[in-house]
Design a protein around this ligand. Structure first.
Ligand SMILES: [Zn+2]
Length: 239
C-alpha cells in the first residue's frame, strides 16, 4: 500500500450523489484533516432518485448537485465535479473512460477511490449497475487510459493534458475488502454528509442509527473493537 505521506491528492469517482458519502466520507474526512486535496467526480446527477415520486422529475438533478456540494463541505471537500450522464443508464463506454481519464489528468491523484466493478453476491445493495459501470470505467481510465499518451490523443493535442499514472485504487462495495479505515473520529461528519442528501434520506426513520450500526459492524469485522466505526475497501496497486 502507498504510505500515508505519499498520498497528497485523492480523486473519488462515483455514480450518484450520496455514493461517496456512504462509501468513503469518513476516510475522506481523515484525508482532509491531514491536508490531502480531495476531488469528487460524479458521473450522474442522480436525477432518477428521490422519495416524492413524480413522473416529472424536473429539478431533481440540480437539487441533488446542491445536496452533494453540501455533503462534500461537511467533510471539507470543495472541488465537486459532475459529468452529467443519465442516472440509471450508465455503461462503461469509451466516452465515459475518456471523461474520467480527462479528470484524472487534470487532478493528477495519487489515489482513486471508486466502486467495485464486480457484483457483490453477499450484499446486493452496492452492486447497482451504474456503480459497476463506473467502477469498471474508472479502473480502465486508471489503467491504461490516463497513463497512456496515445489513448484518447485529443486529451493531449486539444487540451494539453499529459499522461498521469495513478498508483493506487481503493474499491468500495465489493465482497473482498482487505483494508479497513477506523473512521470513529470522523463518524459525526460522515453522518452530517449523509444527512445533507435531504431528498434521499430525510424520510427514512432511524436513519442515523441505521448508519451507525452499519459502520460499527464493519469496525467489528475489522477488529477495531466496540464503540468504533470503519469503512472497508479493496486496495488495488496500479503503480
Ligand atoms: Zn449510487
Amino acid at each position: 500500500m502507498l504510505p500515508e505521506n505519499e498520498i497528497n491528492r485523492v480523486l473519488v469517482v462515483t455514480a450518484h450523489p450520496d455514493d461517496a458519502d456512504f462509501g468513503a466520507a469518513g476516510s475522506v474526512a481523515l484525508f482532509v484533516d491531514r491536508g490531502v486535496e480531495v476531488t469528487y467526480l460524479l458521473v450522474t446527477d442522480g436525477d432518477a432518485g428521490g422519495n416524492e415520486r413524480e413522473l416529472d422529475n424536473t429539478g431533481m438533478a440540480e437539487l441533488r448537485r446542491t445536496e452533494q456540494r453540501t455533503a462534500a463541505k461537511a467533510v471539507g471537500v470543495t472541488d465537486v465535479r459532475f459529468l452529467g450522464y443519465s442516472d440509471g443508464r450508465v455503461v462503461p463506454s469509451l466516452e465515459l473512460r475518456r471523461d474520467i481519464a480527462r479528470v484524472i489528468r487534470q487532478v493528477r491523484p495519487d489515489l482513486v477511490i471508486t466502486h467495485h466493478p464486480d457484483r457483490n453476491y453477499q450484499f446486493i445493495a452496492p452492486s447497482h449497475p451504474d456503480h459497476r459501470a463506473v467502477g469498471g470505467a474508472a479502473l480502465d481510465a486508471v489503467y491504461p487510459d490516463a497513463r497512456n499518451p496515445y489513448a484518447f490523443p485529443e486529451l493531449v493535442k486539444e487540451e494539453g493534458l499529459e499522461a498521469w499514472t495513478v498508483r493506487e485504487v481503493w474499491l468500495n462495495g465489493g465482497s473482498t475488502p482487505n483494508h479497513w479505515v477506523d473512521i470513529t473520529e470522523a463518524m459525526d461528519r460522515k453522518l452530517a454528509a449523509l444527512q445533507s442528501h435531504v431528498s434521499q434520506v430525510s424520510h427514512v426513520e432511524g436513519f442515523a442509527d441505521f448508519v451507525r450500526s452499519r459502520f460499527a459492524a464493519w469496525a467489528e469485522q475489522a477488529g477495531f473493537g466496540e464503540g468504533h466505526y470503519a469503512e472497508g475497501f479493496q486496495v488495488v496497486s496500479t503503480a
